[in-house]
Design a protein around this ligand. Sequence first.
Ligand SMILES: C[S@@+](CC[C@H](N)C(=O)[O-])C[C@H]1O[C@@H](n2cnc3c(N)ncnc32)[C@H](O)[C@@H]1O
Length: 235
Amino acid sequence: MFMSQPPKAQTSSGKSPETYYDFIAGDYDMMTEKFSQWRAPEQMLSDIELLLHDNDRVLDIGTGTGLFLDELKKLDKPLDIHATDISHGMCKHCASKHPDVNISCGDFMSMELPWQTPFDLISLCGVVELFSDLDAVFSRIDGLLNNNGYIVFTYEPLLADNPTQNKQRSLIEPLNEDEQALYSEFYSWRHEPVLMQELLIKHDFNYLAGREFSAYKINQRDVIYHLVVAQKFII
Ligand SMILES: C[S@@+](CC[C@H](N)C(=O)[O-])C[C@H]1O[C@@H](n2cnc3c(N)ncnc32)[C@H](O)[C@@H]1O
C-alpha cells in the first residue's frame, strides 16, 4: 500500500534531495548494482537477522527502491514491514517491487506517520549521511521504537587519514546541465565514530555492534562506511 504526502520544499538538513532522488529513481537499481556495487543492504541484513522475530514491526527510513526490503525478504520470516522515503519517484518504484509493504512518502523528520507505533526495528541504509542534525533524527527515532527495540544503520565516518573521506561534508553536485536545472545542490555528511557512539548513549541506546566495511566504489576506489546496531535501554 502506497500513501503519499505532499513533499516539503526543504528537508530537515536544509537541502532538497527529493528532486535528485526522483531524477535517478528509474536507474537507481541498475546504477547501484553495476556501477557503484552498493553493498550496504546485504551487510545490514547479516548483522540483524538473528535479532528479528516472527511478526516484528519494521520501519525502513529512506527506503529508496527498497533494496534493504529485498534483503529482509530473503529471511523468509513473516514481518510487518513499513517504509518511508522523501522521493515520490523512489516510493513508486519501491511500491511496484514490494506491493505488500506499507509505504508512505514524505520527509521523515516532519511527516506524520500513518501507522501505529512502536516498531521493533528501525533501519536506515545509506540515509544517515543525508542528515546534518543527527541529534534530531535520533530523538524522532527514539519516540518510534519499542523499549527494547533495535536500530540498524550505516553512516559515512569522518576519517582523518583518508584523503577522500576527511571532510565533514561533501557537495553532491549535479552531473550535467539537465540535472542542474532539476535540483539544488545538497551535501552528504560524515560523522566522527566517537561522537556517533556518544550520541547513541545520549539517546538511551546500547551500542551493540559496529564495524567498518566497503559500501561502494567510486572509480574503483572503496568508500568506507560504518555499520551500527544498537538497542534501546529497557527501563
Ligand atoms: C542513498 S539512497 C538509499 C536508499 C536505500 N535505503 C538503499 O539502501 O538503496 C538515500 C534515500 O534516502 C531518501 N531520503 C533522503 N532524505 C530523506 C528524508 N529527509 N526523509 C526520508 N527519506 C529521505 C532519498 O530519497 C533516497 O531514496
